[in-house]
Design a protein around this ligand. Structure first.
Ligand SMILES: Cc1ncc(C[n+]2csc(CCOP(=O)(O)OP(=O)(O)O)c2C)c(N)n1
Ligand SMILES: [Mg+2]
Length: 718
């Protein structure tokens, strides 16, 4: 810092100044002031239409700057929220880097100009890329803190993670902690409570800072939080260190923060700081707080402005005089001006670059290197046995792999394992894995799907390879935001600085007889609609082995859909294909060649198509069957080849007829291969309704063999 100040106090009052020396106190003020000035500069830019959004940290600077003093840059892991500008400055993010994000510049280190301002992220400082979703960070920070404990005991996993793509960003330090912050409003999200539940039961080194400014946009705290105090509500969480502070006072915040940080560093468990702050401006420049806050309320808040309070304090205590304050502020103003000028002159990203970093640039799961030959041996395995065998094989190779979800462990009470066989999943897909690999690698989670996926993301960001299970597709919806807004987008929104290549295994589909509406759902099209996510759905045990291994070895998030009806069928069994057997994504399988008509399908319909084709064969009709296996990406070449060959095509799928997965395939065929068609592309799919508990009704809803043969004959009439 260029501002030189005289040392006026030989020995500082350690109690009053919380053990901080004069330089540190001045640094605190400087950072708070810099944060405010950056906000003000952005506001100016917004008013000049040079940036498109602004959300400020004004009023939150004291507690966040203090936390920045307590965290170790590049060692601790940080999940900040948009009002943490002063924290990020303390950790090492520069004013220019912040303004590069504000203007959406190519060189913005948080997102390459892809995200709105104040969506912090900086790989060098372990500041994990943030989305706009309030609250998703909580469960991810839990996964990150779990990674901390995991690496503590698993050095091999750490070494493997460092060798993997983006391994340069994999760090672990025995002293590290994880920081997560949010506003008072965000604590109403279920993920906050889900995260506390896990953080406390696992005694995670996780520090929560709740910056309570009394409002969530226009919703006041008494409407937001029962009783109006989040610290009061959380005090009963076992092992959670809870403390309140005046977050507009940097010294009080520092003292309270220090205790909490020490608690986490000593591995005593998680801590929560409830910091009372003010929101000095409106929520954002899209909001006008005068619409819901009275003049008196706003004036009262203004009196608590951390900046004016702290500068007065420094003067009163003789640490800086008025002139020195002015010099410091002038220097900050100059720095902000220069950073602003440089940001405004910075290059925007190119239009072509928008497609970069949707998927891993390092590992291409569609490439020929994943096209392996099976080395078949042993007794035939069912699909579900193949899931367990493949997971086991991969786990022995790669210590980064963790397996978790509801009921996936053999028995959470490890002593019981001496006396019981073990559960290993409601379908037994993970049977025996805990026994073999230990309870830190294979474990049950609370019944909370958002946190299952969020924890997987947190672990994957830290370099682990989580393979999480969603017990039934029907119950994936609490995790939807984690999947759509986080899992899929991580790499893209951070412009390749972070990634979350987790595997989600999901039991899906109907034909269970009596599964009813909540144990029969399809809906793969909802996820194939999400860029960044790979979606696969094998129909045979051999493909389970090959595709699951590819899912684990690739570097993208994968949704691995396991059809429940197929788990134990005798017709799709296979001998084990060996520990290096992989199947590339995006490559269909020709199940049966034929010359009259093509049936393009996947999942449980593949076998129905085979039965239909055998019947048709007896009637002199030759049907070709294509099993897509991989739904995103999918094998357009194989589709085009079969359409060009037979000119009549059925797309058969179990998802809803309208807007279902096959509807897109049919539409593309109609659009791109119209001249090849001798008859309309025909969809055979589930009825657009719900699956009923009664087997008879279920049979009527789901596409059966007979519906396929009827459709084939109709098409041949053209
Ligand atoms: C999941 C989600 N719901 C709604 C929003 C819209 N939104 C953005 S900020 C905000 C209020 C947040 O209030 P609080 O957590 O108290 O933080 P503050 O802005 O007051 O610091 C809302 C509703 C969002 N971004 N994400
Ligand atoms: Mg708030």
């Amino acid at each position: 810092m260029a501002v030189q100040t005289r040392v006026k106090v030989a020995k500082l009052d350690t109690v009053k100044f919380r053990g901080l020396d004069r330089d540190t106190l001045v640094r605190l003020y400087r950072t708070m002031f810099l944060s405010r000035r950056l906000d003000d500069r952005e506001i100016q830019l917004k008013r000049q239409n040079k940036i498109y959004f602004q959300i400020s940290s004004a009023g939150h600077e004291a507690v966040t700057a203090a936390m920045g003093l307590l965290l170790r840059p590049g060692v601790d892991w940080v999940y900040p929220y948009y009002r943490d500008r002063a924290l990020c400055l303390m950790l090492g993010v520069t004013p220019l880097e912040m303004l590069l994000q504000a203007v959406g510049a190519r060189d913005d280190p948080a997102s390459g100009g892809r995200q709105m301002p104040s969506h912090w992220g900086h790989a060098k400082w372990n500041i994990v890329s943030r989305s706009s979703c309030t609250g998703t960070q909580f469960v991810q920070s839990v996964g990150s803190a779990e990674a901390t404990l995991y690496y503590e005991d698993r050095q091999k996993a750490l070494a493997q993670a460092k060798k993997a793509p983006l391994g340069k960003h994999v760090h672990y330090d025995s002293n590290e902690i994880v920081y997560v912050s949010a506003g008072d409003g965000a604590t109403s999200e279920g993920e906050f409570w889900e995260s506390l539940n896990v953080a406390c039961s696992k005694k995670l080194p996780l520090l929560y800072v709740i910056e309570d400014n009394g409002y969530a946009i226009s919703v006041p705290i008494e409407v937001q939080t029962a009783g109006g105090s989040i610290s009061r509500l959380t005090r009963s969480f076992p092992g959670l260190h809870v403390a309140e502070c005046d977050g507009t006072d940097p010294l009080e915040s520092y003292a309270v923060g220090k205790e909490a940080v020490d608690y986490c560093r000593q591995r005593r468990g998680p801590a929560l700081i409830h910091a009372h702050v003010i929101r000095h401006y409106s929520h954002s420049l899209s909001d006008d707080e005068k619409l819901y806050k009275t003049a008196e309320e706003r004036e009262e808040e203004a009196h608590r402005d951390p900046l004016s309070k702290f500068s007065l304090f420094l003067i009163r205590e003789g640490l800086l005089d008025q002139k020195e304050i002015e010099a410091l502020e002038a220097e900050v103003d100059r720095e902000v001006r220069e950073a602003g000028d440089a940001a405004l002159a910075a290059e925007p990203p190119s239009i072509e670059s928008i497609r970069v970093n949707v998927y891993s640039p390092d590992i291409d799961p569609t490439s020929g290197s994943f096209d392996a030959q099976p080395q078949l041996h042993g007794a035939p395995k069912t699909m579900v046995e193949m899931v367990a065998a493949t997971l086991s094989d991969e786990m022995s190779r790669d210590e980064r792999i963790t397996v978790f979800g509801e009921d996936v462990a053999d028995a959470s009470r490890e002593d019981n394992l001496k006396h019981v066989k073990g559960k290993g999943g409601v379908f037994k897909a993970t049977s025996g894995l805990q026994r073999k690999y230990g309870a830190d690698r294979v474990f049950n989670t609370p019944l909370a799907e958002a946190s299952i996926v969020g924890r997987a993301i947190g672990m994957a960001v830290r370099g682990l390879k989580p393979v999480a299970e969603i017990q039934f597709f029907d119950y994936i919806w609490p995790a939807m935001m984690q999947i759509r807004d986080e899992l899929c987008v991580f790499r893209w929104r951070s412009n390749g600085n972070f990634k979350s290549p987790a595997v989600l295994r999901v039991a899906i589909g109907g034909y269970l007889t009596g599964g009813g509406v909540y144990h029969s759902q399809s809906g793969e099209s909802i996820f194939t609609h999400c860029p960044g996510l790979r979606v696969v759905m094998p129909s045979t045990a051999l493909d389970v082995a090959g595709l699951l291994r590819t899912a684990i070895r690739c570097d993208d998030p994968v949704m691995f859909l396991e059809h429940k009806h197929l788990y134990r069928q005798p017709y799709n069994r296979s001998e084990y294909p060996g520990s290096d057997y992989t199947v590339p994504f995006g490559k269909a399988r020709v199940v049966k060649e034929g010359t009259d008509i093509s049936i393009i399908t996947y999942g449980a319909i593949v076998h129905r198509a085979e039965v239909a084709a055998a019947q048709l064969e007896r009637e002199g009709i030759s049907a070709e069957i294509i099993d897509l296996r991989s739904l995103s990406p999918y094998d357009w070449e194989a589709i085009a080849a079969t359409v060009r060959k037979n000119h009549r095509v059925i797309v058969a799928y179990e998802d809803m007829l309208s807007f279902g997965y096959g509807a897109e395939i049919a539409a593309r065929i109609a659009q791109e291969l119209f001249d090849e068609l001798d008859a309309p592309v025909t969809r055979v799919a589930a009825m657009d309704t719900f699956c009923a508990y009664q087997p008879k009704l279920e049979d009527a809803i789901l596409p059966q063999t007979e519906r396929l043969t009827t459709a084939v004959k109709k098409l041949l009439e053209y």
